[in-house]
Design a binder for this molecule. Structure first.
Ligand code: FAD
Ligand code: SF4
Length: 527
């Protein structure tokens, strides 16, 4: 029976699919209603990959079905039945229909969403005039998101007034707090970080015996969402032919087990390596499940630690994996809430170039970009080094506007939610915040890509060539970037050696590099 008026209207957003969510604490099925809204704007404010939209909608529908089966009253506003343009539209309509005494939600992981929802409800509250109580009931009671291991307040206190933040120290405090990979107060193996052991290429033979990730198949909910996405967003980027992301907690738990059993033992050594048609390697493929909150970060960390203890796995690989979740993931979230809204507009280098059109199609002569973007369009996935050292690194040296690139990253990955996408893109990949948590920009020449992949073998360009028609754009633009920022790079001990190499270049060659770079920068679309 529909409850009107209801006591609590509990808003659950698409990346809050956690039955233990703080929004549901104290939920009384007899008096309260869950509200879930599918809104067009969430797929259009950036030009979302079809797989990203499919994942969110399918996971939301499965989650709502699970709640309904457990007796929750769920007001589900689907795109094809309600057609809400924005989340705020859906919320406003539900408030009018359900007349709640209180609206409850969990802090959104995207400040745009929070701002829009608060604004919508504030305007209704303001309309209540002098009736204080009527105004209050329209304000959203935001609860803390307990799905993370470090709250924004804890991170703020850890960061203090430091201008520069280092993940490594944060990570050590998290290891101590959660007693992960610890022997008393000391790290197991006598070291906090084994990253140096984790950066191997594949060698000439390429990757061997790569496990195939678990296949989930598509039930009628996912099939229905795929048809809906093809109908409403036909021109959006990406492909749905190989959609295989977990859409329920059960599937996410299966994906976790599959990773721990099959890929964790070899995760570390090759986590930075890339190879043609190697779409997933030994990576976890768990970011979308974590970000949708189908999995809890601590259960993932503890599953890896337990596997290491029970199966005598290689410590560097397991430590490296745990660091990504207990360290980087929590750190990025802390940075997001600490540095917003300025992070969103940060542009340390003042880069203004438009995003080349081939970022949306993969149709470029640069094989490394073609491979990484092609894989992104097929799956909505690329691993960290592909995002950082290929599409991201090109973005810095090609002087592309950080905001254009951030929008692209937010659009094309199935795991993209702003709290994690923005610090990774603007902060880590693009140095747009001036190195708030990185000691130098991540820039390298085509030689790096050649060392870590086989991409250069199938490319029209030559990684070592700096000028002329065969010049590798990554290489030319890298030297040009160093040339432009020579003084700053010379001052930084971590980049001083790069400048020494630049200074060994004959002045005439240096002038040719500048010239070739200028031609490339003037027509990025043609590369
Ligand atoms: P694995 O490489 O196997 O790592 C295991 C887990 O660690 C991941 O599932 C993820 O939850 C976590 N993790 C690893 N690195 C990071 C990191 N730097 N920040 C936060 N968590 C991390 N990750 C997202 O979840 N969403 C994004 O929108 C996103 N955008 C990125 C943009 C750029 C430019 C870069 C350089 C990185 C971005 N990352 C993002 C981080 C990272 O690339 C992905 O988390 C990872 O590739 C997901 O694949 P996986 O699950 O196979 O992870
Ligand atoms: Fe990329 Fe340059 Fe190698 Fe081509 S030659 S794949 S552009 S790094």
């Amino acid at each position: 029976m529909r409850k009107i008026p209801c006591r609590h209207l509990v808003l659950i957003l698409g990346d809050q699919l956690d039955e233990a969510s703080s929004a549901l604490e104290g939920f009384d099925p007899a008096q309260d209603v869950v509200l879930m809204v599918e809104a067009f704007e969430e797929s259009t404010h950036v030009w979302s990959h079809k797989a990203r939209t499919t994942l969110f909608l399918s996971a939301m529908r499965h989650f709502a079905q699970g709640l309904a089966q457990r007796g929750f009253d769920v007001d589900y506003r689907a795109l094809d039945t309600h057609g809400d343009k924005t989340l705020a539209d859906g919320l406003r309509a539900a408030v009018a229909a359900r007349q709640p005494a209180q609206i409850i939600g969990v802090e959104p992981g995207d400040m745009r969403v929070r701002g829009a929802l608060d604004l919508a409800m504030n305007s209704i509250a303001a309309g209540a005039g002098n009736d204080w109580a009527a105004g209050q009931k329209h304000l959203i009671n935001w609860r803390e998101d307990k799905h993370f291991l470090c709250s924004p307040a804890q991170f703020r206190s850890w960061a203090g007034k430091s201008a520069s933040l280092r993940m490594e120290f944060f990570y050590r405090s998290m290891r101590r707090q959660y007693k992960v990979l610890m022997e008393g107060d000391q790290p197991v193996g006598g070291q906090w970080n084994f990253d140096a052991d984790n950066r191997k290429g594949f060698g000439r033979a390429g990757p061997q015996a790569v496990p195939v990730p678990l296949q989930f198949g598509q039930d009628s909910i996912t099939a229905g969402v795929i048809a809906l996405v093809e109908k409403y967003f036909p021109d959006h980027p990406g492909d749905l032919g190989r959609f295989n992301w977990p859409v329920t907690r059960e599937q996410a738990l299966m994906a976790l087990k599959d990773f721990i059993d099959q890929r964790l033992p070899h995760f570390g050594a090759h986590q930075d390596a890339m190879w043609t048609n190697l779409d997933f390697g030994w990576h976890a493929l768990l970011s979308s499940s974590l970000n949708l909150k189908l999995l809890h970060p601590l259960e993932v960390v503890l599953a890896a630690e337990q596997a290491w203890r029970e199966r005598d796995l290689d410590l560097p690989g397991v430590e490296g994996f745990i660091r990504q979740i207990l360290g980087w993931r929590e750190f990025m979230r802390g940075v997001y809430f600490l540095d917003m809204p300025t992070l969103k507009t940060a542009n340390h280098f003042g880069h203004r170039n438009a995003l080349p059109a081939w970022y949306w199609t993969g149709e470029t002569h640069m094989n490394c970009m073609r491979q990484c973007i092609g894989q992104t369009l097929t799956h909505g996935y690329a691993h960290h080094i592909q995002r950082l050292m290929v599409t991201g690194m090109f973005g810095v040296t090609a002087q592309i506007s950080p905001q254009a690139l951030c929008d692209w990253y937010l659009a094309v990955y199935v795991d993209a939610v702003e709290w994690v996408e923005l610090p990774n893109t603007a902060g880590m990949a693009l140095f747009a915040n001036g190195g708030r948590f990185t000691s130098k920009p991540y820039v390298a020449s085509g030689a790096y890509v050649k060392r870590m992949s086989n991409y250069c073998g199938g490319c029209r360009y030559e990684p070592e060539t700096r000028v002329g028609a065969q010049a590798c754009p990554l290489t030319t633009l890298y030297w040009n970037f160093l040339d432009q920022h020579e003084a700053t790079f010379a001052d930084n001990p971590r980049t001083a050696l790069m400048v020494k190499n630049l200074q060994r270049m004959a002045p005439a060659v240096r002038a040719d590099v500048r010239l070739r770079a200028r031609e490339m920068l003037a027509d990025l679309d043609s590369l």
